[in-house]
Design a protein around this ligand. Structure first.
Ligand SMILES: [Zn+2]
Length: 340
């Protein structure tokens, strides 16, 4: 039987489990059933996005049940992992793989990606290769620059599912009976909940050390869980290595800055004067909910001491109301998140 795991990210940036299913077969019909049951578990609230590998049965199940309300994304790692095989007996397949990955992850706009991809394919002589043409046709489903204007909690690969699969390998055996599966699966779940519970308590008793005098840093430290705050703090540290140049003012309300890193890469950041909002071309905030170093640099330049509520996501806050409960079979309790 196949174990299907629905995983996501909790407020400590940990992998968490929303649901699981056991499938006797992996046909389109089975995945339709699986998605219908998942949706019912979620009170019929469809996810904004779902990330899977390129399995046609899963894709049809998702399309049938979730439709256009959910963006379905392919795992970029699974696609790029096939590259060495696609370059066959080429001596320089390591270098070629590196060039393709750099094109996929280095593009800052869709037009830049399309131009770089076409140029690269001609240069390396793969512009007519069917597999490369096929993944380029499907680019809107897996290349980050087409998907990062939507929230993915930092996920662009199915790595979290893989790590959950190996985590459950410690609890499950292929020859286990169904009743053993239920007991052992709950033991695994209990471990995950305990881990989350532990960090909830740890956040209440420890406070991160600040690295700057920025009011912005204090603001995020006050509201975010430590793990999320450290990710934001990393961006502040990165901002120390950036330079920022005011480039143009398209109108009275919008300023455009060019922010450069030490490697010479530049990022255009728009600043809306009336709303005090920043929009960086890297889309880190939109995709992961963490303000990027380029935006922080512009906010510093604009002498904006604190950010408005838009940049404080409820899902990363430590003060969001949560209550403890003890689910059946879980000896040590869990944390369930509800809206206030
Ligand atoms: Zn940025």
């Amino acid at each position: 039987m196949a174990l299907v795991l629905f995983v996501g990210v909790n407020h400590h940036w940990q992998t968490t489990i929303f649901a699981c299913a056991l499938l006797g077969r992996e046909t389109e019909e089975d995945y339709k059933w699986c998605m219908e049951k998942f949706l019912a578990c979620m009170n019929n609230v469809k996810p904004g996005g779902i990330l899977t590998d390129q399995c046609p049965s899963i894709e049809k199940g998702i399309k049938y049940v979730l439709g256009a309300d959910t963006v379905h994304r392919y795992c970029a790692w699974h696609i790029l992992h096939k590259l060495p095989g696609k370059f066959g007996g080429q001596d320089d397949k390591v270098a070629l793989t590196y060039l393709v990955k750099a094109t996929v992850y280095g593009a800052r706009s869709q037009s830049e990606f399309e131009q770089s991809w076409r140029t690269l394919m001609v240069e390396i002589g793969y512009d007519d290769a069917p597999w490369f043409k096929s993944i380029f046709r499907q680019r809107r489903k897996w290349v980050p620059v087409y998907l990062n204007d939507r929230f993915w909690a930092g996920m662009n690969t199915t790595q979290r599912v893989e790590s959950m699969n190996s985590f459950f390998d410690n609890y499950l055996r292929s020859k286990s009976t169904l009743s053993e599966f239920v007991v052992n699966f709950e033991s695994g779940l209990s471990r995950i909940w305990q881990r989350e519970h532990y960090l909830d308590h740890k956040d209440k008793s420890t406070k991160p050390v600040l690295i700057s005098d920025l009011e912005l840093e204090k603001q995020f430290c006050r509201v975010y869980t430590n793990e999320i705050f450290y990710r934001f703090q990393h961006e502040i540290r990165q901002a120390l290595n950036l330079t920022c140049v005011f480039r143009v003012q398209p109108n009275d309300n919008t300023k455009v800055y060019e922010v450069q890193d030490i490697s010479g890469n530049s990022f255009a950041v728009q600043y809306k004067v009336d709303l005090k909002e920043v929009f960086c071309i890297c889309k880190k905030f939109e995709a992961s909910g963490i303000l990027c170093s380029h935006s922080i640099m512009v906010l510093k330049h604009e002498k904006q001491l604190v950010v408005n509520d838009k940049y404080i996501l409820d899902r990363w806050r430590k003060d969001r109301f949560r209550f403890d409960l003890i689910p059946a079979g879980c000896p040590d309790g869990s944390t369930v998140e509800i809206n206030r």
